[in-house]
Design a protein around this ligand. Structure first.
Ligand code: FAD
Length: 317
């Protein structure tokens, strides 16, 4: 028995999520009394660093067919790698890549699967149990996985990765790589600020902004702070802002050090994705806005007055 995490890369580099996954895999392995290994597809800088976060070994499979993501090919390679490594628990990130792998891996490995977990599994009376949030984080559900093979996806920003070991040895794994079924013609990458799942500072705004033409003050504040911008779902649905900025239950889950919520009411579906932020600052003209209950600091006022003044004050630091 062994735990295998699939460490995603971007442009040959690991994202913060890969270290979190390694640490989660390590904690899971500890609960099962076994070890955690990591699997990297394609070449990646600093793969041995995953060892510091708990992967005792890093396997890599390199083949040009794996240069672009193809969920069918990746599924076959991950399942084959798990078998070769003797792993019966496979953990992927709950990212768009991980979500498209989870179901396929479960079928291929004849495994029970639990998506979007955020707690370390336990073994009670020989039964593997894992907890995940339900009802927008208002409750938890405990799952028992009784199949021999198990596949989990870890909700991003569920735990803070800690260094627990030394750099790991990196070993090439010889598994068959199927020909890609998909041809990727073009990849357009987002340039600029830190991606939301990894951002430490986030300035987010909602329908209180009245329209997309008013976002200049949010952009300016974010620029001054070096923060990433985010928004509530109706704002993205109305095309005021791009969909990748939408945070919450159906959007990106974040865990920044500082989250500014400006003109956002604080519906539970929004809070589900942001309430792990270390410090929450709410600016809303309605003193009864539900977001104030989740806030560390609150400003009751008109955002069109407060935000420019806040920006001027921030520039002095
Ligand atoms: P509103 O609710 O309209 O709130 C606007 C706020 O701005 C109000 O509090 C108002 O007092 C304030 N305001 C207005 N003018 C000013 C001003 N001049 N100065 C200061 N404050 C002002 N929502 C998400 O965000 N993320 C999700 O992932 C998500 N998933 C959902 C999933 C489901 C299944 C469902 C049913 C809903 C989901 N929603 C989600 C929608 C959610 O329920 C709320 O409708 C949404 O979050 C509200 O967005 P808002 O706060 O921007 O708008």
């Amino acid at each position: 028995m062994m735990v295998l995490i699939f460490a995603e890369t971007q442009k040959g580099k690991f994202k913060k999520a890969a270290y979190e996954l390694a640490y989660y895999g390590y904690q899971t392995a500890q609960a099962l009394g076994t070890e955690c290994a990591a699997l990297v597809l394609g070449t990646a800088e600093g793969a041995e660093e995953l060892g510091k976060y708990g992967a005792s070994k890093v396997y890599h499979v390199t083949d040009t067919a794996l240069d672009t993501f193809d969920s069918q090919a990746y599924t076959k390679v991950i399942a084959a790698a798990a078998e070769k490594a003797g792993a019966n628990v496979v953990i992927v990130g709950h990212t768009s890549t991980g979500k498209s792998l989870l179901g396929r891996l479960a079928v291929r490995m004849n495994a029970g699967s639990v998506p979007a977990v955020n707690a370390i599994p336990t073994v009670e009376g020989g039964t593997f149990k894992v907890r995940k949030p339900v009802f927008s984080g208002k409750a938890f559900a405990d799952y028992e996985v009784k199949s021999e093979n198990k596949v989990l996806s870890l909700m991003g920003n569920s735990l803070q990765p800690q260094e627990v070991g030394e750099p790991a040895s990196v070993e090439a794994l010889d598994v068959e790589v199927p020909a890609a079924q998909v041809t990727v013609k073009e990849v357009k990458r987002m340039e600029g600020r830190t991606p939301l799942p990894e951002a430490e500072l986030v300035v987010s705004a909602g329908r209180g902004m009245k329209g997309p033409e008013n976002w200049g003050i949010i952009e300016e504040l974010a620029e001054t702070m070096g923060a990433t911008t985010a928004c509530s779902r109706p704002v993205a649905d109305a095309d005021w802002r791009p969909h990748h900025e939408h945070v919450g239950q159906t959007g990106v889950a974040i865990r920044p050090n500082l989250y500014f919520a400006i003109g956002i009411s604080g519906a539970i579906q929004h809070l589900a994705g942001v309430n792990s932020s270390k410090t929450i600052v709410v600016i809303n003209k309605d003193p009864e806005a539900p977001f104030f209950k989740a806030a560390d600091y609150g400003v009751v006022g008109d955002l069109f007055d407060v935000v420019p003044r806040l920006n001027e004050a921030m520039k002095k630091f």
